[in-house]
Ligand binder design. Structure first.
Ligand code: GL7
Length: 812
């Protein structure tokens, strides 16, 4: 189907209202209308999806399966309309039907099937794969409850369930015909095959049913539509078992377990191990479904599996899907009779592993006892993989026991553990970090033994973000200005933005650019006035930190600076050269005490500052509740300053940093993650870098010189900030509330807040001075946009496709 005209789209909406949803147009609610518009849009996508599948089949294309526990998609309607090229047609159609289009877009619930950057990266990758016409599919879990909704009550985070599927969504298509059986529990016995050979046989297992739900993913220009395949777990008694004519049927019915819990809820922990049986089963469940799905598709086309590794690549988004390695080995050897050697060769050549964090508390380990209970055959296979691998290591390094212990998949001890990173590294032909500095640290600090053993496997793939969602869609006015100025090529080739360099000092262009920024700030200010009842001055400097709450991300450092600024106004009579607005948003893991207390502190600072007449018009502090993708899309275009202030060496990459620069914010940040490469691209004069480097911190750790008390005693400004936190100044009604923050900083500051605070204060002062000169600031901001070409996820995907996956563009 080609592009519809407005009338055809109106007709399609009416058809869906009446005949798909069964409502009379006059009685349709806004949600009904959203569904009808979504279904009309989806039909266009499905036509393209069928053509895409046909094209891939004709070309015998190799396919990528991106295995991820998280896909933080957010809303889809506007994005799909833009990518199909029918945004304006749809707007007109909806208006003709008497509805407000912007209101309609706001009806859509975010698909919050992820925690933060790792999940959002997966969603950006799917957009780029489809835009590049590449056969790349997401595989994940169809969580019934996404990331919790965040309320703020008395300054404190309160979590509420996000039952996002309670309302119908137009984007998911259930495919019961592709459902699969997933065994778990049970035990392994030795049986004899017909030739008399002893074989391990997994028996007495229970069974889960995995039902796929496909979310079509349309690329920009609408040529290619791939899909994200999300599995729901059903218990076998809910499921129509007659759909299966396999010999396993009776066994499956007998051994059914209640399984609907498996896909019930996303674990809300970001970068911490949970170690719960349910989480382990989730990780296994979706990779087992993915492996079955891939094998089903492959056998339909090629009958056998001999060329599987030429036709399929798996990317493991962190170690969460690392059981895919054991599941592939089990399937190939136990079910399809491949030799261990051949199966291993295939597995390693199919799998790639991306590491997303160095934080020790995030590195996954599973207790051997738990694995043995849930997946006895997989544990055997993991032991076999380990045994063969350690033999190779021992050959190369005779009697180096320490090395064997470090490289073993099994961590010895009272409660033996399976180290998932070791499994992922041993079972993958490619291991990458997500920014240059991070990939180096993976090699030198995280797993140096593995780097020495497999140097050729290690590489870097600096993250990127899709410019369709984060610029075209989120900042339509700036996007129009760019297109008017340099043509529309930038949308699919972000390096074209460099053509803006020549107008960075052009005062007419600067004026347009600043006018758009102001309009975006005004829009955000209006939203904040409605929601928080605080009036903001759109000419103030908007300084923004939005991301998950984590001590290493140092929202607390930002808060310390605000306290400093506030006290210097009210106690020292200092005047700011320019009014300032601080905006925060972000969720804390429900069990993360310190992160929640920091949210509380920020909210209390906001309450006091915003009600203090002495700083009125000069200083405002805002904490926006319930941070999510759709909120980020509103906040980012309104930023003047982007806060990327993690302790050096701790933020693997960051991707928010890229979104802000792309939208013309300047960055204040440390030399961490992708900030390093952003500085390389935009030039040191167009970014505010401060603080300790990784080398500084390593040195301080080696000689143990960081003592918070020294900074406290030697710098009266720092002391004043810390004393304010320790006193009841920001918690007059809850005495002592923030004392744990004071204690954490003074007695065990793992994140070097006080070592960086002075430099941060100085750099913030420089920012404020620079902001006063409009042309000076505008030039820097424009150059940030102009030099963001590298940070398109299209570039990242091309690098993975070429160097890791071996997939190609499959154009018409
Ligand atoms: C993360 C990193 O913390 C973040 O820096 C990176 O940009 C992102 C995507 O690669 O991955 N690692 C991680 O576990 N989470 C991240 O956001 C949750």
């Amino acid at each position: 189907m080609s592009k519809p005209d407005t009338q055809a789209f109106i007709d399609a909406i009416r058809q869906h209202l009446s005949y798909s949803l069964g409502v009379q147009p006059a009685q349709a609610s806004l949600h009904d209308l959203f569904m009808a518009v979504g279904l009309a849009t989806r039909n266009l996508m499905l036509d393209k999806l069928f053509l895409t599948e046909q094209r891939y089949a004709e070309q015998n294309a190799k396919r990528l399966c991106y295995l991820s526990m998280e896909f933080l998609v957010g809303r889809s309607l506007a994005n799909n309309l833009y990518n199909l090229g029918i945004y304006d047609i749809c707007r007109q159609a909806v208006q003709t039907l008497g509805m407000d289009f912007d209101e309609l877009l706001e009806v859509e619930l975010d698909a919050a099937l992820g925690n933060g950057g790792l999940g959002r990266l997966a969603a950006c990758f799917l957009d780029s794969l489809a835009t590049l016409d590449m056969p790349g599919y997401g595989y994940g879990i169809n969580y019934e409850y996404g990331l919790f909704k965040q309320d703020i009550i008395d300054g404190k985070q309160v979590e509420k369930p996000d039952h996002w599927l309670i309302r119908d969504t137009p984007w998911l298509i259930e495919r019961r015909d592709y459902a699969c059986f997933i065994p778990l529990y049970g035990r392994v016995v030795q049986t004899r095959d017909r030739a008399g050979k002893m074989l391990p046989t997994w028996i007495d297992w229970k069974v889960l049913v995995g039902v796929p739900h496909d979310m079509p993913i349309v690329g920009y220009n609408g040529n290619t539509v791939n899909y994200l395949r999300l599995y729901s777990a059903m218990s076998s008694d809910e499921f129509d078992m007659n759909l299966f004519n396999s010999g396993d049927y009776i066994k499956a019915v007998e051994q059914k377990i209640s399984s609907e819990n498996i896909s019930k809820v996303l674990y809300p922990s970001d970068q911490v191990r949970v170690g719960k049986e349910l989480r382990l089963i989730q990780e296994y469940f979706f990779v087992a479904c993915a492996v079955r799905d891939v094998i089903r598709i492959h056998r339909e086309k090629y009958q056998d599996l001999n060329n599987l590794a030429d036709k399929v690549a798996f990317q493991l988004n962190d170690t969460h899907p690392a059981l895919a390695i054991a599941e592939l080995m089990r399937t190939l050897t136990d079910e399809y009779d491949f030799s261990w050697k051949k199966a291993w060769e295939m597995t390693v050549s199919m799998c790639g592993y991306t590491n997303h964090t160095l934080l020790p508390e995030a590195l996954e380990k599973w207790s051997v006892a738990l694995l043995e209970h849930v997946l006895p055959r997989h544990l055997q296979i993991i032991y076999e993989i380990n045994h063969r691998f350690l033999q190779q290591v021992a050959n190369q390094y005779p009697s180096d026991i320490g090395r064997l212990q470090r490289m073993s998949i099994i961590e010895e001890g009272d409660d033996k553990q399976v180290r998932m990173a070791n499994l992922a590294i041993i079972g993958s032909h490619s291991i990458n970090g997500v920014a240059a500095i991070h990939s180096e640290l993976v090699k030198t600090n995280l797993v140096p033994d593995f780097y020495e053993f497999f140097p050729e496997r290690f590489n870097n793939k600096t993250n990127g973000v899709t410019p369709r969602r984060w610029l075209l869609n989120a900042n339509p006015q700036l996007a129009s200005l760019l297109t008017e100025t340099i043509g529309e090529q930038w949308i699919t080739d972000l390096s074209q933005l460099s053509a803006l360099e020549v107008v960075s000092e052009d005062s007419a262009f600067q004026d347009c650019f600043l006018r758009i920024k102001r309009a975006n700030k005004q829009r955000l200010a209006t939203l904040i006035a409605e929601e928080i009842r605080v009036i903001l001055n759109p000419d103030a400097l908007f300084d923004i930190q939005i991301k998950r709450l984590h001590e290493y991300k140092r929202q607390l450092l930002n808060a310390m600076h605000i306290i400093h600024q506030y006290l210097s106004i009210v106690e020292d009579g200092v005047m700011l050269p320019h009014p300032k607005v601080y905006i925060f948003a972000g969720k804390a893991a429900p069990g993360y005490f310190m992160a929640k207390l920091i949210i509380n502190l920020i909210n209390n600072i906001a309450d006091i500052v915003n009600h203090d007449p002495r700083v009125k018009g000069m200083l405002s502090v805002i904490f926006m509740r319930d941070y999510k993708v759709s909120l980020a899309e509103k906040i980012i275009p309104a930023a003047d300053l982007s806060e990327q202030i993690s302790t050096a060496g701790m933020e693997a990459s960051g991707t928010g940093n890229m979104k802000f620069s792309m939208n013309g914010a300047l960055t204040i940040g440390t030399l961490d993650g992708a900030n390093v490469e952003i500085r390389e691209e935009v030039g040191a004069e167009n970014i505010y870098i401060f603080g300790l480097t990784v080398a500084d911190i390593e040195k301080m750790q080696r000689i143990g010189t960081y003592k918070s008390w020294d900074y406290y005693h030697h710098n009266p400004l720092i002391r004043r900030v810390m004393d304010a936190i320790n006193s009841d100044r920001f918690c007059p009604r809850e005495s002592g509330l923030f004392k744990p923050i004071f204690d954490a900083i003074m007695f065990n500051d793992r994140y070097y807040h006080l070592a960086d605070l002075d430099a941060y204060i100085q750099t913030q002062a420089q920012v404020l001075t620079d902001f006063g000169s409009k042309p000076y600031w505008a030039k820097k901001a424009i150059l940030n946009v102009a030099r963001m070409g590298k940070f398109s996820s299209d570039r990242t995907i091309k690098e993975y496709a070429q160097a890791v996956w071996g997939i190609e563009t499959a154009k018409k």
